[in-house]
Design a protein around this ligand. Structure first.
Ligand SMILES: [Fe+2]
Length: 503
């Protein structure tokens, strides 16, 4: 075990601190790696390249036994800080998701899928008009002669690559199942044959799409076009006021690797106590936190070993002790994530008042996951991003290194959790995970890696995290990007990233 600890230490501190060869396996025996990494980084972050010898290691280990909980950061407020945002009236609207509880019996599932299919079919059929005609029901396919061109809308039931390398997709609607072929590139002529095949390879179970193609033997459709529900080209409405929105997620308060110092610097920045990008700090009118506010308890096996605070009430108490430092002219929106103390199944309700104890501030709003916010006219769709795991696992071309790509796939599908069963979803009669209104900004967290892109005019922002790389992430080869704060300026529609790592 000790050998693993030493190796892990060397890997995780690479580029930050050099472990001297005088340190042996026995020096780190029975020491918790998470705490060790966090404390070494904390001690030596200001002097990168430090050589950690036996003496320095002994000091850190001695400190480990004392320090457990995050210390409250003293926020320095600047007396001459005159933020423009303070002079402006806030204007916000919250549309929380409808949180249903169902018995999860067969009827609930049927109702859920019917509602989802109906909503997404309506969206894709709007595009389907580009097919130049009506959409056929699937049961009618066998009434047509070979060669007849038709269009259908269906939900993906299954997908497989044939021995010849073509793709066979089974599409289902209320009337039946159709077999749709997408020929492999090179087998058919046409400028878009490769593009069509690549697009179809991205199909996953439960996707709702429209297909146009020719009927073959009254049994199959040989596809020549594929349409997703998608977002139409979108023009953001320009905001008159020069205000900015700070996007945060995954603070994980209560975990040993929560980066309290850096988070404290962010709060100090909001109060004018940090020189860096002070111009931007003055404009912040809204702070949105997309879940995993705390690390929670019992979220994964042996989590307690990694916790600095093993009481979830205390985790929230410490979290709100940080949040109370946000100036009261800034509106703060707090959504839950998969680590928070609410039901795991989505849509998730607001964090319960019981966790707030005495905390009460008019500018702090608890919201659902997902929720739709309108901030000074800017439409922001807020979702923690738990489904990103299954999207990354199942959709070709997606990876943890590039969250914006997976978020784009979600927008294209107009559904926040496209793969049913990929994460826990309440099968309610009304599927609130359908993206029924096109936002200006799609904001997520969950994978602890910053990402940014613009898709059809929609800003896609993943706001990373405020937690160091965990042992689990190291094993997965996942490199997070902590303490990089995305800020969106509503008037200029400009996105900036403020780095709080070395302040
Ligand atoms: Fe997280």
């Amino acid at each position: 075990m000790a050998k693993d600890t030493l190796m892990e230490l060397v890997n995780r501190l690479s580029g930050k601190v050099i472990i001297s060869s005088e340190i042996t396996d026995s020096d780190v025996e029975n020491i918790d790696t998470e705490s060790l990494v966090a404390n070494i980084i904390e001690k030596f972050e200001k002097s990168p390249g430090t050589i950690l010898g036996k003496k320095e290691l002994a000091e850190v280990i001695a400190g480990l036994r004392e320090k457990k909980e995050p210390v409250q950061i003293e926020i320095i407020r600047s007396a001459d800080f005159k933020p423009e945002a303070k002079e402006m009236e806030s204007s916000y609207r919250i549309r929380n998701a409808r949180v249903d509880r169902t018995s999860s019996n067969v009827t609930d599932f049927v109702d859920y899928f019917q509602d989802r299919f109906r909503k997404l079919k309506a969206m894709v059929s709007t595009y389907g008009n580009g097919f130049g005609g009506m959409v056929n029901t699937i049961e009618s396919v066998n009434q047509y002669m070979t060669g007849r061109e038709i269009s259908i809308v269906g939900m993906v039931y299954d997908k497989l690559v044939t021995r010849k390398g073509d793709l066979l997709v089974l599409l289902e609607d209320e009337t039946g199942i159709a077999k749709v072929f997408f020929s492999r590139p090179g087998r058919v002529a046409g400028d878009h044959a490769g593009e069509l095949f690549d697009s179809a390879m991205k199909l996953v179970k439960d996707d709702v799409v429209a297909v146009r193609g020719k009927v073959s033997n009254s049994k199959f459709i040989i596809a020549n076009r594929l349409l997703w529900p998608d977002v139409p080209m979108h023009m953001q409405k320009k905001c008159e006021e020069d205000v900015a929105i700070a996007l945060v997620s995954d603070t994980h308060v209560g975990h040993k690797l929560f980066m309290e110092k850096q988070f404290g610097k962010f709060l100090e920045w909001l109060n004018g106590g940090v020189e860096k990008r002070k111009d931007l700090a003055k404009k912040i009118k809204y702070v949105v936190i997309a879940g995993d506010l705390v690390d929670g308890i019992g979220v994964y096996p042996e989590q307690e070993r990694e916790l600095a605070i093993d009481d979830v009430y205390k985790q929230y108490a410490v979290f709100f002790d940080f949040i109370k430092n946000i100036p009261d002219y800034i509106e703060v929106f707090l959504a839950p994530g998969n680590h928070d103390a609410v039901q795991r199944a989505e849509p998730q309700p607001q964090v319960g008042n019981g966790f707030l104890k005495d905390f009460k501030q008019k500018n702090v709003h608890l919201i659902t996951n997902p929720s739709f916010l309108t901030l000074q006219g800017v439409k922001l769709l807020e979702y923690h991003g738990t489904s990103l795991d299954s999207v990354i696992r199942n959709v070709q071309g997606c990876s943890y290194a590039a969250p914006a790509k997976a978020m784009k796939e979600i927008l294209k599908r107009r559904h926040l959790s496209p793969i049913y069963g990929g994460n826990v979803v309440v099968p309610s009669k009304n599927d609130s995970l359908v993206i029924d209104e096109v936002p200006d900004i799609l904001h997520m967290g969950h994978i602890h890696k910053n990402g940014y892109d613009v898709y059809h005019g929609v800003e896609i922002i993943n706001s990373g995290c405020w937690q160091l790389q965990t042992g689990f992430q190291l094993k997965q080869g996942h490199i997070p990007s902590p303490c990089m704060l995305p800020v969106y300026e509503a008037k200029t529609m400009k996105m900036s990233l403020v780095d709080f790592n070395n302040l």
